[in-house]
Design a protein around this ligand. Structure first.
Ligand code: SF4
Length: 379
């Protein structure tokens, strides 16, 4: 890229970031109702081929009939609520269990004209399906000018992953999928990374995973396993990191934050995550759900975010009417934004969130240079 084009791209990115910051810092707080959402997460199915120790949805025996069909999804996405959608994440259950995954992707591309980025989260345990369909998914998104990104859930290496997934040869299967992803990435057709849930079983060995991923140049994003109704975690308490191992967990998060291989946005995230868990401060990093996002369940249930109660079902009512229903908006403001958000662990760092947080991150970085040794909660 020539110096001139590079300068133009930098200026345009800076202008976009400034626009996002100004809008969310000064304009959105003055509105009586939120703007149309720009980011969403879609749980494409509740069916799963893994038998994870920290998730119980696979025990429910959901059938394909309960999942939104491509036609139902298209009808929902045609609602004006989705007309400004820019960022879409698709997960499950396991999305590759859906034989019509390509049709779901087509529905997003057709009905979300502003779409910039589409992310797919998979356990990587069905390499044959990935080999058959992943390149086509990536090419379809790319042809529409949409970035295609894959996140593979890898909670440990070797036997640790097999234990957590409850699937024989899980690591070998996942590695086969990763080889395909590396090929497609090297051809410039997608980007990909790993995500890992920190649990009682992998906390001690998680550095084996960071080493293994680091040798391949693949970034890992960490979240902390927690009990949630949506994942049917009743009775699975022993899978999660116990209070006795809290110090170990905090030390790990802080070591990730201090790892020079992490980019600045991730370092800030892990520092604040440790601070929130330790009770040293409330969450100040932005959340795309709070900025204007939603979560669509496999059966059409709508949520404001991953910690929200169900606010309605898009099979029964118009999505926009559900999202802007006064009782639901009051719940969003009072229960989510005022009570849950301040203590909600920051896990995501989307471009949209980073743009909003950029001024504060820059200020925190300057302060840390001036006052080394102080945590993000001090700044
Ligand atoms: S509760 Fe958490 S996930 Fe939900 S909007 Fe607030 S910060 Fe985001």
């Amino acid at each position: 890229m020539s110096a001139r084009r590079s300068l133009t791209a930098t200026v345009s990115l800076a202008a976009e970031a400034a626009g996002v910051y100004l809008r969310h810092a000064f304009v959105e707080p003055l509105r009586s109702t939120p703007s149309l959402p720009r980011a969403m997460h879609y749980l494409s199915t509740h069916r799963c081929n893994a038998r994870c120790v920290m998730c119980g949805i696979w025990k429910e025996g959901d059938t394909a009939e309960e999942d939104l069909s491509p036609a139902e999804l298209a009808r929902i996405l045609a609602d004006p609520l989705f007309s400004r959608m820019e960022y879409v994440g698709i997960s499950g259950g396991e999305p590759f269990l859906r034989e019509d995954l390509i049709l779901l992707l087509e529905a997003f591309l057709e009905h979300c004209p502003r779409l910039k980025r589409l992310s797919l989260t998979t356990n990587g345990l069905i390499p044959a399906r990935m080999e058959a369909g992943l390149a086509e998914l990536a090419d379809l998104a790319n042809a529409a000018g949409v970035l295609f990104d894959v996140s593979v859930s890898v909670h440990g290496v070797g036997a640790t992953l097999e234990r957590i997934y409850g699937v024989p040869r899980a690591f070998d299967k996942m590695e086969r999928g990763v080889r395909l992803l590396e090929d497609l990435r090297n051809q410039g057709r997608l980007t990909f990374s790993f995500n890992c849930v920190l649990l009682a079983d992998n906390l001690e060995s998680v550095r084996d995973l960071t080493r293994w991923a680091g040798e391949r140049g693949i970034p890992v994003s960490f979240v902390i396993g927690e009990q949630r109704d949506r994942f049917r975690t009743d009775g699975l308490e022993t899978a999660f990191v116990s209070p006795e191992h809290r110090e170990e967990l905090l030390a790990f998060l802080r070591s990730v934050a201090d790892d020079p291989a992490q980019g600045a946005p991730s370092a800030v995230k892990y520092r604040e995550l440790a601070d929130v868990l330790e009770g040293r401060g409330t969450r100040r990093l932005s959340c795309y759900y709070a900025m204007g996002g939603l979560l669509l369940g496999h059966d059409g249930t709508l949520y404001y975010c991953s910690h929200s109660r169900a606010i309605g079902n898009c099979r029964d009512n118009a999505p926009r009417a559900i999202y802007y229903q006064p009782d639901n908006l009051m719940y969003r403001r009072r229960e989510l934004q005022h009570r849950k958000c301040p203590a909600c662990p920051p896990y995501t760092r989307t471009r949209w969130e980073i743009e909003k947080d950029l001024p504060r991150m820059l200020a925190a970085a300057v302060l840390r240079r001036l006052r080394p040794g102080r945590s993000s909660s001090d700044s």
